[in-house]
Design a protein around this ligand. Structure first.
Ligand SMILES: C[S@@+](CC[C@H](N)C(=O)[O-])C[C@H]1O[C@@H](n2cnc3c(N)ncnc32)[C@H](O)[C@@H]1O
Length: 328
């Protein structure tokens, strides 16, 4: 490869290509977050000659353009603002949204829990507002493939715009497709001929992921990971039991994460008074080889776990009688 080719191919010449990360002097068209002394943030799209008006007077964009980030600008009214390019997590919680976004703490957990790697072929649904898509795209890089299904056209449009706004360009590895995932991957009416046939990792953030287990099992490579992010315990139970009943997956692992901020100031070192108490649950499982079924679990279900009030999918090892959970 010649030097010229290396420069023309951003996947080779620039390791940060398509990450949305920029360094160097601030340029027109770039987004900058300014933060006042009380921690209030505003997002600016830098444009020569423009002013951003605050309650304490205007800030000239030209005072920022051409200079480094991490500077302090002062409004006409004398208030100081710290200016920085937004990090990915900051951008996703502040960007316009149709659907509720995956929070940065969960996006981080999904990237590792689903074992997303550079070059991976990842299937995602639904794209929602594109927050998780951005985290997945950063993890797979330009040599991977992220196919994201979204069944609502208005949400797909928002996701596409958010991703483009953060990256400043289209991502060569992203294929955003409009449609219902189960229908698109099925073989009936509405099947998508452009759907990926082999998938390394699946990440589902949608209302009813259990409806997609069969079609995903057909395309997920042996050892591939399915990761479902659900908001409620009823969804968690349903997707867990559906994966168990399918039989072609490892025992699903469920978890959630809570992050508590800390106040650190002199001798006053204590947990923050406020925290986000609940976002969602994460369920991960791995695809077994074709024709292989998971070994029967040795552990007995808890007494009453599959009692008469239980109406969901029923693993073959679950008791069908009075639900006392005493059968092996
Ligand atoms: C909670 S939002 C996803 C948010 C997204 N992960 C983000 O971080 O911005 C759930 C999305 O799934 C979409 N959805 C639900 N069921 C779907 C299906 N069967 N196929 C495709 N999209 C679906 C919804 O329209 C909605 O936009």
């Amino acid at each position: 490869m010649t030097d010229q080719q290396a420069t023309a191919d951003p996947t080779v010449s620039d390791p940060a290509a398509y990450s949305g990360v920029r360094t160097g002097p601030l340029q027109p068209g770039e987004r900058v977050t300014i933060t006042d002394p009380k921690g209030r943030r505003h997002s600016l799209l830098l444009s020569p000659g423009q002013r951003f008006h605050t309650a304490k007077g205007a800030i000239e964009h030209d005072d920022l353009i051409g200079g480094p980030e991490g500077v302090v600008v002062t409004s006409v009214g004398g208030v100081q603002y710290l200016a920085l390019r937004p990090l990915l997590g900051e951008f996703t919680v502040g960007m316009p949204r149709g659907a509720q976004v995956v929070y940065p703490k969960d996006a981080a957990q999904i990237v590792v829990g689903a074992d997303i790697f550079p070059g991976a072929r990842v299937l995602e649904a639904g794209a929602g507002s594109g927050a998780l898509s951005l985290a997945l795209l950063r993890a797979i890089g330009p040599t991977g493939r992220l196919t994201s299904y979204e069944r609502r056209e208005d949400f797909a449009r928002i996701a596409a715009k958010n991703v483009r706004n953060f990256l400043g360009t289209e991502h060569p590895a992203w294929d955003l497709r409009l449609g219902d995932l189960a229908t698109a991957l099925g073989d009936g009416e509405g099947a998508d001929p452009g759907a990926p046939t082999e998938i390394d990792r699946v990440v589902l953030d949608m209302l009813a992921p259990w409806e997609c287990v069969d079609v995903i099992a057909d395309r997920l490579v042996p050892g591939g990971v399915i990761c479902c992010y659900v908001a409620t315990t009823t969804q968690l139970g349903r997707i867990t039991e559906t994966l168990r009943v399918h039989g072609g997956f490892t025992e699903p692992q469920a978890e959630e994460s809570m992050i508590r901020g800390w106040h650190v100031e002199g001798l006053s070192i204590r947990p923050s008074h406020q925290m986000v108490g609940h976002t969602g649950f994460l369920l991960t499982s791995r695809r077994l080889a074709p024709g292989v079924t998971a070994p029967a679990r040795k552990r007995r279900p808890a007494p009453g776990a599959y009692g008469e009030d239980y109406t969901g999918p029923r693993p073959t090892t679950a008791p069908t009688g009075d639900g006392a959970g005493t059968q092996p």
